[in-house]
Design a protein. Structure first.
Length: 265
């Protein structure tokens, strides 16, 4: 076997292994001192989108929001979120001064700040990878993608080094696109899904708390199966329209294409 072509492949695998340790470790964990809220679980499962969807379901289940016209949501002015509601739910309710698509809510600074704070708490608990660590991992992985081209250009006679370089590329891609969960966070999510599998049978009338936890744990399948009408009418799982919508006449409304910072708070 020709050993002269091992250098780029060997370096690539060293970088992949180092990136894997950084990516899966998550750093030193600090005790949270409080139980996870459904919004925290939603963040652990699906990032900011998962947390925002869970918070909107939380608002709907307490009657603070309802589906609007053409896949939008609107706040119910006389049904404030009750004491103990998550910070993300309260932030979303505060900016719902008109009907809008659910994903537009994340354009607002107030909602973004609440989501970022939720993520930081999970990072400190060692359940999510911090932004700094994630960028460090990607900086390590970037050179790995050059391993196979360099190996092919070197003209080594042993094809095994090229195949190993390609495998390093595959491992780098897997680490690059992996959710922000650390190994500790992934284990916790798997345990919660196993322990609360029965929540997938919860109903809006029977046990809204269990239904909310189901949305946090399982995401889109739970929304479609357990909150089908609200999910469909609010556009919770759809993309926002590219062109702002307008409707004239009495009771007219419009949806803009972006947020306005901290307004409405």
């Amino acid at each position: 076997m020709d050993l002269t072509g091992w250098v780029p492949t060997g370096v690539a695998w060293c970088l992949v292994l180092l990136a894997g340790v950084l990516r899966l470790g998550g750093g030193r964990a600090r005790p949270r001192g409080k139980a996870l809220l459904p919004v925290d679980v939603g963040m652990l499962r699906g990032g900011s989108r998962g947390a925002a969807q869970t918070a909107l379901a939380e608002l709907y289940l307490v009657g603070a929001v309802e589906a609007g016209f053409r896949q939008t949501v609107r706040g119910v002015v006389d049904r404030l979120p009750p004491h103990g509601s998550s910070a993300v739910a309260r932030a979303q309710y505060a900016v719902l001064y008109r009907q809008m698509h659910p994903r537009r809510l994340r354009d607002y600074e107030r909602v973004g700040d609440a989501l970022a704070q939720t993520a930081r708490e999970l990072e400190r608990a060692g359940l999510l990878v911090s932004a700094k660590r994630r960028w460090a991992v990607r900086a390590l992985l970037l050179p790995v993608f050059a391993a196979a081209p360099v190996q092919a250009a070197s003209g080594g006679r042993a094809a095994v080094w090229l195949w190993l370089a390609l495998l390093a590329d595959v491992a780098a891609v897997a680490l690059w696109v992996r959710p922000r969960r650390t190994s500790r966070g992934a284990a916790l999510l798997a345990r919660l899904r196993l322990d609360h599998a029965g929540t997938r049978r919860a109903t809006e009338q029977g046990d809204p708390g269990a239904l909310l936890l189901s949305v946090a744990l399982f995401g889109a399948p739970a929304l479609r199966a357990q909150l089908p009408r609200f999910t469909e009418e609010s556009g919770l799982l759809t993309r926002p329209p590219r062109v702002p919508m307008e409707r004239s006449g009495r009771g007219g409304w419009h949806e803009t294409s972006g947020g306005c910072g901290g307004c409405g708070g």
